[in-house]
Design a binder for this molecule. Structure first.
Ligand code: F6P
Length: 518
C-alpha cells in the first residue's frame, strides 16, 4: 500500500463517524464545492464525509495510479483489455467528429458511422412502413432476443425513453426460462412482429434457444417467408449466416465493443427502431458530452472522476460494501439491473492486470429499486440497519406528465427528504425519542439531478456510470473488460445436463437436488 492509500485509510478511520451535517455548518459553500455540473447534469456529493483534504488525497490516488494515462489509452484504441488482447472502444460508438480513433492504421469511426447509417435506414424503413412484414403490411412490434449486454442496455433504455416511443413497440426476451418467451409471444401477432436475435458471440445458449422458439413461432404463422421477420446483431457473421439470416439483415460490430458497453451501436437497434434515429442520435450525443467531460475537464469539474473517487472512498476506505441505486424516476426501473452487469461484471475481479491477487476490495455490490417504492420496502435498513449503504439518488426537475406535475412535486420532495434524513437523522435538539425511534443519521449519499429524462440525459447518465466503473477499475489495476467469472457455472450447467460422469463427481447436495427435480 502506498503512502497515499495509508493516509486515506487513516483519514477514513478519523472522520467516518464525524457528522456530515457539521461539514455544512463549517462551510456554507459546501454544496458548490462538493458538486459539479456538465451540460445540465448535476452531481452532488456534498452529503458525504469527504472534505477538502480527503478530496485532494483521493485526487492524488487517481494521479498515482495513472488514471488519466489509462483513460487516454482506452480512448485512443490501445489494447487495454489485456487478457483478451483487445481495444476497448465503446466510446468510438458515439463518435466525436473532431477525434478520429486509429486502430491498426484505420480510423474506426468511419465504420461506426456507416454502421449507424445502415441501422438508421433499416429503422426508418420499419417505422415508415417501406420495410414490411411478409404480408406487405407494416410491423407493429419488435422483439429483441438477447441476454446480459445484448438485453439489459436496450431494455433499460426503451423503458427509460418510453415517452419517445412511437409506431413500433419493443419487447425483450432474455431468460432461458420458457416462461419469458411464452408470455412475451402470447401477447403478440407473429404477422406484425420483427424478431432481432442479438448476441455478440452468437453462441449464447439462452439466446439461441429462445431464437429457435421464436423462429418456430414465426414459421407456424408466416411459413417460409419467416426470414422477412428476422434480423440479427452480432460480431460473428459466419454464425449468423449459418443460422440462415440474410446478410442484409445482419448488423455487425467489432470485438472491441464489450457486451455490457454495447448499447450505443447495433445492439441498440431495437432502441433506434422504437424511438427513431434522431432520438437515438441524441442518446449518443449525451454520451459523447460525458466522454468530453471525462477526457478534458479538470479534476474538480470531471464528473466521472469525482463520482469514482466518492465510490472508492466508500468502498476502500470507509469499508461500505454495497451501493444502492435509487432512481426517483420510475422509467429508470431497470437502471439498477443494468448497472449490476456494468459494475459487477466489470469490476468483480480478484486479480490485477498482471495476474497478481488484488490487495484490497474491488467492485461493491450494486442493488436498488426506484423511489418511492423502495421507501416502503427496504429503506428501514438504510436508515436504521447496522450496515451503512451509500445511496445514489437520481431525480429530474420535470416529468413527462405535465398534467401530473403535482405528483412529480411529491416525488421530488421525497427524494430530497430521504437524502437529508439519511444524513441528518434525528437531531440532538429533537425531543429524545425511544431507541427504536432514533435515527443516527450520518449515512452518505450522492444525488444526480437533471432537467428531464430525455435521450440526451440518458446518454449522459449511462456514460457517467461507464466511466466511473473505468476509473475505479483503473485505480485497482484490474482489467474491467473481461468476464472469466461467468464461465465456470456455464460449463457446469452443461455437465449437469449432458455429462453423467461429470455429474457423478458432483456433491451429494447437487446429486440429491437433481434426483428430486428429475
Ligand atoms: O455470460 C456473460 C456474457 O458473456 C456477458 O458478458 C454478455 O453480455 C452476455 O453473456 C451475452 O453474450 P452474447 O452477446 O455474446 O450473447
Amino acid at each position: 500500500m502506498t503512502d497515499i492509500w495509508n493516509d486515506l485509510t487513516q483519514r477514513a478511520e478519523a472522520v467516518k463517524t464525524r457528522p456530515i451535517i457539521r461539514l455544512f455548518d463549517a462551510d456554507p459553500a459546501r454544496f458548490d464545492a462538493f458538486s459539479a455540473q456538465h451540460d445540465g447534469l448535476l452531481l452532488d456529493f456534498s452529503k458525504t464525509n469527504i472534505d477538502a483534504q480527503t478530496l485532494s488525497a483521493l485526487q492524488a490516488l487517481a494521479t498515482e495510479t495513472g488514471v488519466a494515462a489509462q483513460r487516454d489509452a482506452m480512448f485512443s484504441g490501445q489494447a487495454i483489455n489485456v487478457t483478451e488482447g483487445r481495444s476497448v472502444l465503446h466510446t468510438a460508438l458515439r463518435p466525436d467528429p473532431s477525434r478520429p480513433v486509429m486502430v491498426d492504421g484505420e480510423d474506426v469511426t468511419v465504420g461506426v458511422r456507416a454502421s449507424l447509417d445502415l441501422m438508421a435506414g433499416f429503422a426508418e424503413g420499419l417505422r415508415d412502413g417501406t420495410i414490411t412484414a411478409s404480408d406487405g403490411q407494416p410491423f407493429t412490434d419488435v422483439v429483441n432476443i438477447g441476454i446480459g449486454g445484448s438485453d439489459l442496455g436496450p431494455a433499460m433504455a426503451c423503458r427509460a425513453l418510453s415517452p419517445f416511443i412511437d409506431r413500433i413497440t419493443p419487447h425483450f426476451v432474455s431468460n432461458i426460462d420458457g416462461a419469458h418467451i411464452a408470455d412475451t409471444l402470447a401477447a403478440l401477432d407473429p404477422q406484425r412482429t420483427l424478431v432481432i436475435i442479438a448476441s455478440k458471440t452468437f453462441t449464447t445458449i439462452e439466446t439461441l434457444t429462445n431464437a429457435d422458439t421464436a423462429v418456430a413461432w414465426l414459421k407456424d404463422a408466416v411459413g417460409e417467408q419467416f426470414g422477412a421477420h428476422l434480423a440479427a446483431v452480432s460480431t460473428a457473421e459466419d454464425r449468423t449466416s449459418a443460422y440462415g439470416i440474410a446478410p442484409e439483415r445482419v448488423f455487425g460490430f467489432e470485438d472491441w465493443v464489450g457486451g455490457r458497453y454495447s448499447l450505443w451501436g447495433p445492439v441498440g437497434l431495437s432502441v433506434m427502431i422504437a424511438i427513431g434515429p434522431e432520438h437515438f442520435s441524441d442518446l449518443l450525443a449525451g454520451a459523447l458530452s460525458m466522454d468530453t467531460n471525462f477526457l478534458t475537464a479538470a479534476p474538480a469539474e470531471n464528473l466521472p472522476l469525482l463520482f469514482a473517487l466518492v465510490g472508492l472512498w466508500h468502498n476502500n476506505f470507509c469499508g461500505y460494501e454495497s451501493r444502492a441505486v435509487l432512481p426517483y424516476d420510475q422509467r429508470l426501473g431497470l437502471l439498477p439491473a443494468y448497472l449490476q452487469q456494468l459494475d459487477m461484471e466489470s469490476n468483480g475481479k480478484h486479480t490485477t492486470k498482471d495476474g497478481t491477487p488484488v490487495a484490497g476490495m474491488t467492485g461493491p455490490i450494486v442493488w436498488g429499486e426506484p423511489g418511492t417504492n423502495g421507501q416502503h420496502a427496504f429503506y428501514q435498513l438504510l436508515h436504521q440497519g447496522t450496515r451503512i449503504v451509500p445511496a445514489e439518488f437520481l431525480i429530474a426537475a420535470q416529468s413527462h406528465e405535465p398534467g401530473l406535475q403535482h405528483q412529480h412535486e411529491i416525488l421530488k420532495a421525497n427524494c430530497l427528504a430521504q437524502a437529508e434524513a439519511l444524513m441528518v437523522g434525528t437531531q440532538q435538539d429533537d425531543p429524545q425519542p425511544s431507541p427504536e425511534r432514533r435515527f443516527d443519521g450520518n449515512r452518505p449519499s450522492v444525488t444526480i439531478a437533471y432537467q428531464q429524462l430525455t435521450p440526451f440525459v440518458l446518454g449522459q447518465l449511462v456514460a457517467l456510470y461507464e466511466h466511473r466503473v473505468f476509473v475505479e477499475g483503473a485505480v485497482w489495476g484490474i482489467n474491467s473488460f473481461d468476464q472469466f467469472g461467468v464461465e465456470l457455472g456455464k460449463k457446469m450447467a452443461k455437465d449437469v445436463q449432458n455429462d453423467p460422469e461429470a455429474m457423478a463427481q458432483m456433491s451429494a447436495s447437487t446429486r440429491g437436488l437433481s434426483a428430486f427435480l428429475a
